[in-house]
Design a protein around this ligand. Sequence first.
Ligand SMILES: [Zn+2]
Length: 258
Amino acid sequence: MKVHHLNCATFRPPLVAGGLVAHCLLVETDQGLVLVDTGFGMNEMTNPKATIDPLSRKLLKPVLDINETAISQVERRGYTADDVRHVLLTHLDLDHAGGLRDFPKATVHVLDSELEAASDPRNVKERARYPKAQREGVTFRTYEAEGEDWFGFRAVRDVAGLPDDILLVPLVGHTRGHTGIAVKGDDGWMLHAGDAYFYRGEVETPPSTTFPLKLTARQTETIREQRLSNVERLRELKAGGEVEVFCAHDPVELARLA
Ligand SMILES: [Zn+2]
């Protein structure tokens, strides 16, 4: 399968040198186009105040460029919105689910615990991170966070309508139903780890971090112990050398793969 690495939103948070990206994947399969995460879509780029809360606008400082939306990038490749049949989401945070409404024919695959968190938020933090408008009219298909072994992780192999080389690899912690998405491309397996970590050094050996991104990870986490143990497991997976591991927001990882 041919896999394209896209940036579907750019952020300039005040303390983060080099900024952040929204690393998404566009996969060409026999079942049509598949997107992994959607960054910000047309709605966020043209009318940010409707879905992005004031605090997120202030902290993330998004660069609002419609050319970065997944739909613009799909169309520039000669496809239409309707060619995108499936979207897999690492989670439903507003900077990952923004483009859903741009793909009305797509089935959106998420963990059941994530859709539940978004539909029934437990606190102010969850209410802000999952703007309801982003999910209006969207067709979801949900999965339990369990499955068969995949490089020592439990993975959901039977994602409805998709080949078995696209898997959900639950990495709960950042949110209640956060998951990685594994894809076997022409060069082997890769794992989009979403917001399981924010800085590439976190999964390198020996690990390193930066203060602003360590703080970001803590401020946005839901279950700390699970988040930290997942970072350890991802570091081991990366060290094993068989899987290309990357997160959603690191611009250096994206530049290496794009
Ligand atoms: Zn994010």
